[in-house]
Ligand binder design. Structure first.
Ligand code: NDP
Length: 290
């Protein structure tokens, strides 16, 4: 069994980003974060992303709205960011309160600045395999982990468990695309006999949101397992009172695998690294457009 070290691979990506940023001269790539409310997980994700932007020489700005913000107020801010040529990427941290429809909000971001890849144009371009299409950061990170750890994907059967817009669907599109060339199955909560489907997988992508859901009996010997899940489970031995576990029962699954990502230290750091890469790409493209 080989452990796929997301921290080390994310550092590689970030070192490359930092070197490219240094070559830009006076132009500083700028990612603008928008947060609505004080959800503790959202606060901590945005803080981490801001810190990483700083480490690679990018600018990160943050606008926080109260939960009561209206759609008109939020859209006015997004329109201002779209019009501001010093802003290269815009990220609206999900989840949003119910009165703010996510698809509409994501679509308000200019496609040129959609570094999160959730807008209709970005997803369309991904499906069309338009070179340089912005891919959502977590699934893009999954692909980068596979590629940089030398996992052969061509012709392999990848089973993606989860069909969210944020992870499952774009992960499946990327795995299917030319270059990755997987045969892809997408499973979800209505899938019948999930264990027998996951057992067919050469590559398992677990994006379910249920702690230790994928167990050893569901995994073929020699499979590669990428665990996207981030779940808090109670743990009285921790100061915080909880610990983070993935969607895969790591202890029982790992011995059967050819390679596996840990949680934490697998996909999580890659999500942040890919956001930096997307922002830099957006900045370089804005420069090329003049
Ligand atoms: P969602 O809740 O949006 O989607 C979960 C998916 O899992 C749904 O498609 C759902 O099916 C499916 N599912 C739920 N229960 C079952 C079941 N019993 N059998 C089969 N499929 C099931 O979650 P996300 O995609 O946003 O996130 C998934 C996980 O990844 C979470 O743990 C999240 O915290 C983590 N995550 C990690 C990131 C990172 O940076 N590492 C970034 C984003 C997410 P259905 O559609 O039918 O309801």
């Amino acid at each position: 069994m080989r452990l796929i070290d997301g921290n080390a691979i994310a550092q590689e990506v970030l070192a490359e980003v930092k070197a490219r940023v240094a070559k830009l001269g006076a132009t500083v790539p700028h990612v603008a974060f928008v947060r609505v409310g004080e959800d503790p997980a959202s606060v901590s994700y945005v803080t981490k992303k801001q810190k990483t932007a700083d480490e690679v020489g990018m600018k990160a700005s943050l606008k926080v709205f109260p939960e009561t913000v209206t759609k008109a107020e939020l859209f006015a801010h997004l329109d201002a960011l779209n019009a501001d040529s010093s802003v290269h990427g815009i990220l609206i941290q999900a989840p949003l309160p119910k009165h703010l429809p996510e698809t509409e909000v994501f679509n308000r971001v200019s496609p040129n600045k959609d570094v999160d890849g959730f807008g209709t144009q970005s997803i369309g371009r991904l499906v069309q395999e338009v070179p340089g299409a912005f891919a959502a950061c977590t699934p893009a990170g999954v692909i980068e982990l596979l590629r940089r750890s030398g996992v052969v994907t061509a012709g392999k059967h990848a089973v993606v468990v989860g069909r969210s817009l944020i992870v499952g669907k774009p992960a499946a599109i990327l795995l299917l695309a030319k270059g990755c060339d997987c045969t892809v199955t997408i499973a979800h909560s209505r899938t019948q006999d999930l264990p027998s489907i996951v057992r067919q997988a050469d590559i398992v992508i677990a994006a379910i949101g249920k702690p230790k859901f994928i167990t050893a009996d569901m995994v073929k010997p020699g499979a590669v397992v990428i665990d996207v899940g981030i779940n808090r489970v109670p743990d009285a031995t921790k100061k915080t009172g909880y610990r983070i576990v993935g969607d895969v029962d790591f202890d029982s699954v790992a011995p059967k695998c050819e390679a596996i990502t840990p949680v934490p230290g697998g996909v999580g750091p890659m999500t942040v690294a890919m956001l930096m890469k997307n922002t830099l790409d957006a900045c370089e493209r804005a420069q090329a457009r003049g």
